[in-house]
Every structure is written in structure tokens, then in C-alpha cells.
Design a protein around this ligand. Structure first.
Ligand SMILES: [Zn+2]
Length: 559
């Protein structure tokens, strides 16, 4: 989930702040802190993160951490002050480059470091930030962010981080922007024995320090979103498996709490069919070098790259519930499916700005329907997606506001999934549709991208002009209304409630028992029809509404 589940899922289940503000409201006001966090500031733009060497000691005794991040970066522009983000109340002990301690000024959660060494364009430098403190405690992870200091049912410490949205700088210093990922990363976490820490990538060493602590050194060989870097420390059991996939042998590592080992062995059998389905639709798993992991966490879940946080209590559905209300979602474990989808959508292909989080969540939501299809057939997959329309609010657009770390509406899940399902109907060719989904993961692999890049790619490769479709569903809250009237053997139709120029084709019953394409525009058009008004239907796979203008108006059913 990116937070997704990331956070939005929560809307249906708990009272989350997002649910409370999901009515039409005035645009929010933003502060300079939002700009510093959410934009590519001049103090960020001149350097490109190459490698983060992160080492953190975690002290559950007093909920504190002490650590260091050595930031290796390429110089891509004329240097000025260097912005490094580290959220309060964490404090910097020192910042060092080339053996010299540097001064910095703090502006809220951003540090501006004055550099002394020459910063030549094209060269590479390293700067180390030493820091400590008691990081923000997540009150209800994963929907808010920070550290989780929990205990398992035997009373052992059970520690995790979850910080999508709020930002990785809530516990470690970095360029806290979606737009810049390091090429690789080391994550060395020191925890009290006998806790085991599981982070991202592969375990290189576990070294006892002789003082009652062990340092677990993990290494990620691929670009990684900063918010995906995670601490997971507990008394874990460990078992492994191998998946033979499109990229060869993929190691599967499972880290349940020790006393959940038997339960986990059974529930996590779902992993392989999920990987098989997603490799079919999206292409090879992106991280063969780093492996696939599920790590049990005290929070519901998060798509932590190559180390998915799992907290679904070994239940099918979403904590035992089917968000589609069709029953199809009770035949698989929501967190395994949704978070695994993010390895492609969000981790491999990443938004460069929070406003485009639909790239992560709309596709992950849609992937749930595809998995339902892989497991239960095409009709079930469609029913699952359609069933989730009940959760759409249409109060705010899916796309958020750029440059201020502001996501769009939680409709990026249910509505975004339905948008993609609708586009699949327009493509009307599953082989082509699959090539498009795989193509995005190939062309934009390991990149951060704008929503517009994805939209343009889809238009080009579906051979459909989808510009108005994206504008309608991503940037407005209006659902197209197909207005029609049937007089004798003539169907008159037009689009209403649409953006100017909207001309999306749609399938309707021109003949009994079969759907055929018509291409309405905003003006009335006519076409022959052999169906009576009372039998007329639009294909329910299209997320639209219909209105017979010869009948009295009925309440809006678009939600
Ligand atoms: Zn998600």
C-alpha cells in the first residue's frame, strides 16, 4: 500500500482524517514547509542522490534512535546550500564532509547545510549526517507515520516504521522527495538481542556487538523510494521458498512472529500464485536481485520494497472483510495481493510528486481485480472492481496538488481501479491491454515519473486518445452521464456532465443480448437500435451512468 492501503483503505473501516475532509471544501492553504517538503527546491535540484549508507541503533528502552546517514551524491548543477530533511524532534549531532564539520541552519524539518569543499558538476561527493532523538511515534500506523513501538502477545518488543506521506525524514536524514531515489542503499540496524531486524534487500551480515545488541546489515541493489526503507524488529521465525518466474529463481523469505510460524506457512502459500498472476500482467518481478519478502508487522501493511510489511492477521480479505462486497475478495489475502502489486506500481514505477499517487494506488487497486480474474475468472474480476464503486466518494479529484506534498482523493483506489477497468473495455483487446501494462513497467522501470507520462504512454500504446478520459476521471469529480432516448428504432445519445470535448466510446445494447460500441459526443447523435427503451442498457464494465431523457429525472446514481 503505499500508504495506501495504504491509507485510503482505512476510509471504509475506521474514522480516518481523510474521511472527514472528503467533502467538497475550499482548497487547502499551504505553507513554506509544504513547499520545502513537496517541491524540487533549488537546494535539492543541484544534487542527485546516488547511495544512502544508513546506520541506525534502535533503543526500545526509551523509544530513541541514534544514527548516521552517509549520503553519496552526484553534482548536477551549480551548488548552493544543500537541503537535507530531518524531522523534529530529531536533532543533528554533526554534519561532516571531507573530514570537516559543516554548519547548517534549520528551517522546520529542513536543514540547509553550508558546504566548504568545491562541488564540481559531474563529480561525486559524500556528506554524513549524525543524528539522534526520539522520533515521532505513529499513533495509528500505517495511516499516520513514524515509529511503532509495540509488543507481541508474549510481551516482546515489536518495532516497525511506516512513513509514507509524512516522509522518511521522520526517522532518517535524506532528500525527502519522491522524485529522487538512490541507485542502491545500505540499511544497518542495531537492535537489542534477541530481536531480529528485517529491512529491505538482502541480509549481508548479522554481527553481535558484544554489548547485548546485534547489527543487521541489509543491502538494496536497486533504486528505492525513501519511504519504503523500513525497520522491522521482533522475535521472528524465518522460512524460505523459491519462485521460478520470468526472471529466473526468485528467493522468497518469510518472517512471521515466531509463534505464528505454522499459520504463516499456510497463509503465505498464496504468494506464488499472486506473483505468477502479476508477472503475467505486469512483467517480471522488479527485484530479483533483492528478493521477495513478507515481514509480519504490528500495523496493517505497507509496500516496503522487497520487504512487504504484513499485518493482515493471516486472514483473507481486508482484515477478514471484502471491500467489494461481492465475496470474491474473501478468497485471497488483501495485503499480500495489494502490497505485492505495489512492487510494480509504486516501487518499480514511482510517482515523482505525491499529487500523482494514483500511479501507485489506482493500478494496485486494479491489480486486485486482475488477481481475482486470475484466480476466479474474468467475470469475477470484473464484478470485484465494479463492486468497489460503492466506496467511491467523488468529493475531490484523484489528482492532488503539485509541489506541496498533497495527495488527491482516496478515490485513487476504487475509482482509479474503475477508470483502468473502463479503459480496458475501450481497448477491447486483452493482449494489447496486457502489453500496455507490461510496457509501462519496462519503459519506466526504476524511474520516477509524472502522471502525464503514464497517461501519454497509455494513449500512444492503446492507440486511443485518452486525454479527455483521464481529464474527466482524474481531474474532475463528475461521472459521465449517457443521456439517451429511444423513439421507434432510433437511439439518440449524447454525453452530459463531461469535460469539453469528451467523446469516449461506450458499449450499449443496440441489439438484444449483446453490447456494441457507440461513440457519443456532447451533441445529440442518432443510431438505429433494435431494443426497446425498457431493455436498453450500457455495459456495466464502463464506469458511467445513464439517463433516459424521456423519463422523469431520477436521483444521481453515480456513486
Ligand atoms: Zn496501496
Amino acid at each position: 500500500m503505499k500508504r495506501a492501503l495504504c491509507r485510503a483503505f482505512a476510509i471504509a473501516l475506521v474514522t480516518h482524517p481523510a474521511a472527514l475532509i472528503a467533502q467538497p471544501t475550499a482548497p487547502p492553504t499551504f505553507t513554506r514547509a509544504d513547499t520545502l517538503r513537496g517541491s524540487n527546491t533549488p537546494e535539492r535540484a543541484w544534487w542527485d542522490a546516488a547511495f544512502y549508507d544508513l546506520a541506525v541503533k534502535v533503543n526500545p528502552g526509551d523509544s530513541s534512535i541514534v544514527g548516521r546517514n552517509a549520503i553519496a551524491y552526484r553534482i548536477v548543477g551549480r551548488a548552493r546550500e544543500m537541503q537535507i530533511d530531518l524531522q523534529q524532534p530529531l536533532v543533528v549531532d554533526s554534519i561532516v564532509q571531507d573530514g570537516t564539520e559543516l554548519s547548517s541552519r534549520r528551517e522546520g524539518n529542513a536543514l540547509f547545510v553550508t558546504l566548504l569543499s568545491p562541488q564540481r558538476v559531474g563529480s561525486r561527493k559524500t556528506i554524513s549526517v549524525y543524528y539522534r532523538g526520539k522520533p515521532t511515534v505513529a499513533l495509528r500506523a500505517p495511516w499516520d507515520g513514524g515509529f511503532v513501538w509495540a509488543r507481541d502477545s508474549l510481551g516482546n518488543p515489536w518495532i516497525a516504521t511506516a512513513n509514507e506521506g509524512l516522509g522518511a525524514s521522520v526517522w532518517w536524514p535524506n532528500k525527502d522527495s519522491y522524485s529522487d531515489e538512490p541507485d542502491s542503499q545500505r540499511v544497518a540496524i542495531t537492535v537489542p538481542e534477541p530481536l531480529i531486524n528485517v529491512s529491505n534487500g538482502r541480509l549481508r551480515s548479522a554481527r553481535s556487538n558484544g554489548d547485548g545488541t546485534t547489527t543487521y546489515e541489509w543491502f538494496v541493489r536497486n533504486p528505492i523510494n525513501n519511504y519504503n526503507v523500513a525497520v522491522n524488529a521482533a522475535k521472528y521465525a524465518h522460512f524460505t521458498d523459491v519462485y521460478l518466474g520470468e526472471g529466473g529463481r526468485l528467493s522468497l523469505d518469510f518472517w512471521p512472529l515466531a509463534y505464528h510460524l505454522d499459520t504463516a506457512r499456510k497463509q503465505f502459500e498464496q504468494t506464488k500464485p499472486v506473483l505468477k498472476c502479476f508477472e503475467h500482467w505486469f512483467g517480471p518481478f522488479p527485484w530479483y536481485a533483492d528478493g521477495f519478502k513478507l515481514v509480519e508487522t504490528p500495523h496493517l501493511g505497507m509496500e516496503h520494497q522487497s520487504a512487504i510489511a504484513y499485518g493482515n492477521q493471516y486472514l483473507n480479505g481486508y482484515l477478514g472483510r471484502d471491500r467489494s462486497e461481492t465475496g470474491h475478495g474473501l478468497k485471497w489475502d488483501f495485503i499480500i495481493v495489494h502490497e505485492a502489486a505495489h512492487e510494480w506500481w509504486g516501487n518499480n514505477v514511482t510517482m515523482s510528486d505525491a499529487a500523482d499517487m494514483w500511479i501507485h494506488e489506482s493500478f494496485a487497486d486494479y491489480a486486485e481485480g486482475l488477481y481475482t480474474e486470475c484466480q476466479q475468472g474474468k467475470a469475477a474480476g470484473a464484478a470485484y472492481i465494479i463492486g468497489k464503486r460503492a466506496g467511491i466518494e467523488n468529493a475531490r479529484p484523484i489528482v492532488g496538488i503539485y509541489g506541496v506534498n498533497y495527495e488527491g482523493s482516496g478515490d485513487m483506489y476504487n475509482k482509479g481501479g474503475n477508470l483502468l477497468h473502463t479503459i480496458r473495455q475501450l481497448v477491447n483487446d486483452d493482449a494489447r491491454w496486457r502489453r500496455v501494462l507490461r510496457g509501462i513497467n519496462q519503459v519506466f522501470a526504476r524511474q520516477t515519473v509524472s502522471g502525464k507520462q503514464i497517461e501519454d504512454y497509455m494513449s500512444r500504446n492503446t492507440r486511443l486518445d485518452l486525454e479527455k478520459v483521464f481529464d474527466q476521471y482524474l481531474r474532475t469529480t463528475r461521472i459521465p452521464v449517457l443521456e439517451y432516448k429511444i423513439e421507434g428504432t432510433t437511439l439518440s445519445h449524447r454525453w452530459a456532465n463531461v469535460v469539453p470535448g469528451f467523446d469516449m466510446p461506450v458499449k450499449v445494447t443496440l441489439s438484444p443480448g449483446t453490447f456494441s460500441f457507440i461513440q457519443p459526443i456532447e451533441r445529440w447523435l442518432t443510431t438505429p437500435i433494435r431494443v426497446k427503451a425498457e431493455d436498453f442498457r450500457a455495459d456495466p464494465n464502463f464506469y458511467i451512468t445513464t439517463r433516459d431523457v424521456l423519463k422523469p429525472a431520477v436521483p444521481d446514481q453515480s456513486r
